[in-house]
Write a protein that binds this ligand. Structure first.
Ligand code: NAD
Length: 333
């Protein structure tokens, strides 16, 4: 049994506590939040749960094996560092840290102490992304051409980070998981309208072998949209995460170019075959992820969403930030 202390019981923390208590091999042993209101909510939902307002008590507790850091990104590095220094494994929210230097330091510290870091890239544990990875790994889609995602809604505004740092980590971690190649360069543009951070942004990522990705993130959209198109040489798919049925539709469509004799004799043929919607597992992603966290610790295995995976996402975010400040200059990675 892995006993976990959770720091941060705001919007996302309750989901972590609930799942820690439903996974067989984990138990939420203590919750810390600096807000008395948040702690009152914990006690109401879980009478008898140990609650503290000072995280030092949690970080030093001998009754805790791992710490879940579910606080805003600017606090991640310091809290994770203290957890590791106190010999605790770390489950930490996305984005992993505010800079790649911080991420590198935490990775080095965890390795030195023989501790596990898992970055909560929740989407990688959804039935939809697991299916997409299966389709790309098996070669069903053929060579990948593009990944194009629309992730927009009205609010929830973060005060410390731009919409890129808030929403793009989901797509960047998914791309990292399915494209499995180091990105070459990033271009990003965005604008601030309300509270000093970019609330609308567009990001393009160049990968080797002509794979291109585009992400549109926006806190000022009148409607919530979570739609991703992935195009391959053999098949293409549309993933609409907001529908209950047929979240993923795979289209047997494609384009073939054959050149004739002269330079003007380019022959384009279109293939339009069937569409099918694969069966998708319905398990809650966080449940699967926290179970995996406990198993990685108990079996001393390195999770695929470890500190290095978190660092790769932070590097893309940093490059996007630089590009955005220069109004869309290409930034090489
Ligand atoms: N994986 C996902 O899908 C997902 C979804 C939402 C949020 N998140 C991530 O979760 C993290 C938290 O986001 P949120 O929306 O829940 O934020 P939030 O502001 O709603 O909640 C954060 C909580 O942490 C507490 N807190 C902050 N610093 C603290 C400290 N030093 N000690 C004790 N308590 C402290 C605050 O009082 C607050 O209750 C962010 O990193 C965010 O990116 C991830």
């Amino acid at each position: 049994m892995i006993r976990v202390g959770v720091i941060g019981y705001g919007y996302w923390g309750p989901n972590i506590v609930r799942n820690l208590n439903s996974v067989e091999s984990t138990q939420c042993a203590m919750v810390c939040d600096s807000s008395p209101k948040a702690l009152a909510r914990v006690r109401k939902a879980y009478p008898g749960m140990q609650t503290v307002s000072d995280c030092r008590e949690l970080l030093r507790s001998p009754e805790i094996d791992a710490v879940a850091v579910i606080t805003p990104v600017w606090t991640h590095y310091e809290l994770a560092k203290q957890a590791l220094e106190n010999g605790k494994h770390v489950f930490i929210e996305k984005p992993f840290t505010s800079s790649s230097e911080q991420a590198e330091e935490l990775i080095e510290l965890a390795a030195r102490k023989g501790l596990t870091i898992m970055v909560d890239h929740t989407f990688l544990f959804t039935g939809a992304v697991r299916k997409i990875r299966e389709l790309t790994e098996s070669g069903s889609l053929g060579d990948l051409y593009y990944y194009d995602s629309l992730r927009v809604n009205l609010g929830l505004f973060q005060h410390d980070v731009s919409v890129i740092w808030d929403l793009a980590p989901h797509d960047l971690s998914i791309m990292d998981h399915i494209i499995k190649a180091e990105p070459e360069a990033v271009v990003a543009t965005g604008e601030r309208h309300l509270n000093g951070v970019e609330d609308v942004a567009f990001m393009t990522i160049y990968f080797p072998r002509n794979v291109i990705a585009h992400i549109n993130v926006n806190w000022l959209s009148p409607v919530k949209i979570r739609t991703t198109l992935i195009g391959g040489q053999k098949k293409m798919l549309v993933w609409n995460d907001l529908v209950a049925d047929e979240k993923i539709r795979v289209y047997d469509k494609g384009v073939k170019i054959a050149s004739g004799e002269g330079i003007r004799d380019v022959l384009v043929s279109y293939r339009t075959g069937d569409m099918w919607a694969p069966q998708i597992e319905q398990l809650e992603a966080l449940h699967v992820e926290l179970d995996y966290f406990a198993r990685c610790i108990m079996n001393q295995e390195t999770p695929f969403n470890d500190g290095h995976a978190g660092l790769r996402v932070v590097r893309m975010l940093e490059a996007a930030e630089v590009s955005m400040q220069k109004r869309g200059e290409l930034v090489s990675l």
